[in-house]
Design a protein around this ligand. Structure first.
Ligand code: FAD
Length: 281
């Protein structure tokens, strides 16, 4: 089973040593031939230069790279300058987000929601960028209701997003239900499933708490039962996540986006497992 719509996410390294390590990771993951690598962006501008540097590094190595861009706390002027910078480097895809300001950050800014950012990018740059936005099959943690969140997604598509990537989840039915709802609203953009490999129990619990991803009870209990046995956690994680990926692809998901955490091993293992799986499509 394979999909050609397969992308990999990195975060910008903070040190020169980290950048060197990321190059090695990227070179390994490039062997899997992803469609593109994306690089996250710290809301409030904390990693702005790091995002651009990492994207340019990836491009220079001959791969397609997409910066993320968040709008919370930003001014129109600062975003205009960033978009111009992206264009001047020939960058033509972007993942457009609201972002989450670090706690203690003052806030302010001229944008409230990602839909406003998508609208702004289209107004400023027309069709230059292929724009991806975020989608939440298990509902964004700050949403007033699932219906409101779906409307927020619809607004991003109506503002000009070409495609979406989901927050990670471990329940394929949440993805399928979300897709049914988007189709009922007449939204037909591809929604690529965001996939977080399972490699570390406490880190997974921490992230999932923050972003509203649910770890099903049976998975949580099983992971907890392995204690410090990292090999068993990884082996079980590989089984669970690869089975979910097969279900997603067989059920019509147009592609997969791997949250690599700047590591090659887990994404490679998943990809190899998927490549060996027979296709039901
Ligand atoms: P929005 O779509 O604006 O939604 C945010 C909240 O506002 C939701 O609860 C929504 O229901 C609500 N809402 C939206 N519009 C309205 C409206 N008009 N009225 C009332 N409520 C509304 N964060 C980063 O800082 N940097 C990154 O690089 C980054 N990359 C990510 C990549 C992916 C694929 C995903 C899934 C998330 C990423 N995030 C990143 C996290 C993201 O910024 C957070 O989840 C953030 O809280 C919401 O961003 P959004 O773009 O989904 O916001």
């Amino acid at each position: 089973m394979e999909t050609d719509n397969f992308s990999i996410e990195f975060f910008p390294p903070k040190t020169a040593e980290g950048a060197e390590k990321l190059r090695a990771t990227r070179d390994k993951l490039a062997l899997l031939k992803p469609k593109y690598f994306s690089v996250t962006f710290g809301a409030g501008g904390s990693t702005q230069q790091g995002t651009l540097d990492t994207v340019l590094d990836i491009k220079q190595a001959g791969h397609v790279a997409a910066p993320h861009l968040s709008c919370v706390g930003a001014s129109r002027e600062s975003l205009r300058a960033i978009l111009k910078q992206f264009q001047s480097h020939g960058i033509d895809r972007v993942v457009a987000l609201r972002g989450d300001l670090p706690s203690g950050y003052g806030g302010g800014g001229e944008f409230r929601y990602a839909s406003e950012l998508v609208e702004f990018i289209r107004a400023e740059t027309g069709d230059w960028f292929h724009i991806e936005v975020a989608a939440y099959p298990e509902v964004h943690p700050q949403a007033r209701s699932p219906q409101d969140d779906l409307q927020a997604f619809a607004r991003k598509v109506q503002a000009g997003a070409d495609a979406a990537i989901t927050q990670y989840f471990y329940n394929a039915d949440a993805y399928f239900a979300f897709m049914d709802q988007t189709r009922k609203l007449g939204l037909d953009v591809p929604v690529v499933a965001g996939i977080m490999p399972i490699t570390n129990y406490s880190q997974l619990m921490r992230f999932s708490e923050m972003c509203g991803a649910e770890i099903p009870r049976w998975i949580r209990l099983k992971l907890a039962s392995f204690g410090d046995d990292s090999a068993s956690i990884k082996a079980f994680g590989l089984d669970v996540v690869s089975e979910m990926c097969v279900r997603l692809l067989n059920g019509g998901a147009p592609g997969l986006h791997f949250y690599s955490m700047n590591q090659a091993a887990a994404t490679t293992a998943l990809w190899e497992r998927l490549s060996a799986a027979p296709s039901a499509r």
